[in-house]
Design a protein around this ligand. Structure first.
Ligand code: ADP
Ligand code: MG
Length: 282
């Protein structure tokens, strides 16, 4: 599902003394079936952008269009349908757990919105598998799980309504390395196998670099740069100027270039870097 921002501005507390313009004239077209990253320093407007994609917050100016939904309109906007197509995973989603077991936790929204659905258990098992867990988790308390498992259960509880677009705020925050690697694999899988479009807001650019297709750099409410990962991350000076983190792979490649003049070319991730360094001079 495509996400379009057309001349979007957003101001908090408009008309008050505390008025704050968080986004200024943002124009973007985030294509379907890709992983998009939104990066930028604290206060640059990342969370505000996500808020504008939730169907509740409206832009002060401009239009936000997701697939067939024009979110800037209050009239005629079918929120009930929209919530099936777009799933939002907030920071620390597992903090909102309150059910006795994983099965209930995942099926909670489905039971509320689709009380007549008889196939809920099948659906729960399906999404558990999508996130790399299995039926043995159904009866376990969500509170007994480790951090990575909790995060995956939270994602499963969003996936149960089969959204085409998955929007995530800092998905790797608070996860240990192993859980992080599993989550990265899961996100790649959701794109490749289940045709999801995924938008990720994150400071974790090392994680992002391994999985992302397209990157948006925000600073002070404006889009500084947008493009595929190679275009965006090859411009280290621009990222530094805008106080935006640079992936280690890119940083190391630049140091090698600056010190030796050796250009390792486009590297898709850490494995490419290791390979390029190992092969160099052979
Ligand atoms: P980010 O997620 O990139 O850190 P935010 O979107 O949260 O940035 O914030 C963008 C700007 O809007 C910041 O200057 C922030 O202080 C301001 N802001 C965010 N939320 C509110 C709010 N509820 N009321 C007033 N200002 C806000
Ligand atoms: Mg934020």
């Amino acid at each position: 599902m495509e996400v379009i921002f057309r001349n979007v501005s957003f101001t908090y507390n408009k008309g008050l003394e505390s008025e704050k313009r968080a986004l200024s004239n943002v124009n973007l077209c985030l294509e379907s079936n890709l992983i998009h990253g939104i990066i930028g320093p604290i206060g640059s407007g990342k969370s505000t952008m996500l808020e504008l994609m939730n169907g509740v917050t409206k832009p002060t100016e401009g239009k936000v269009i997701i697939g067939k939904y024009d979110l800037s309109k209050s009239k005629g906007f079918n929120f009930n349908k929209f919530r099936y197509d777009v799933g939002l995973v907030y920071q620390f989603p597992e903090k909102q757990f309150f059910c006795r077991n994983v099965g209930e936790e995942i099926s909670f929204s489905e039971k509320i919105f689709e009380p007549k659905n008889k196939n809920i258990k099948q659906k729960v098992i399906k999404v558990l598998k999508m996130v790399g867990l299995d039926e043995s988790y159904l009866k376990r308390s969500p509170f007994s799980l480790n951090g990575g498992e909790k995060r995956r259960v939270a994602i499963a509880s969003v996936l149960i309504s089969n959204p085409k677009l998955l929007i995530m705020d800092e998905p790797t925050i608070g996860l240990d390395n192993n859980s992080k690697l599993k989550l990265m694999k899961l996100l790649k899988n959701l794109k490749a196998k289940y045709n999801k479009t995924i938008i990720i807001v994150t400071h974790d650019v090392d994680m992002l670099y391994e999985i992302v297709d397209n990157v948006v750099v925000l600073n002070d409410g404006k889009v500084i740069k947008e493009g595929n990962k190679q275009e965006v991350f090859s411009n280290v000076e621009l990222l530094d100027e805008n106080n935006t983190p640079v992936p280690n792979v890119v940083r190391v490649e630049k140091i090698i270039y600056d010190k030796t003049g050796v250009d390792l070319g486009y590297l898709g991730g850490i494995n490419d870097l290791v390979r390029a360094v190992a092969n160099h001079g052979k």
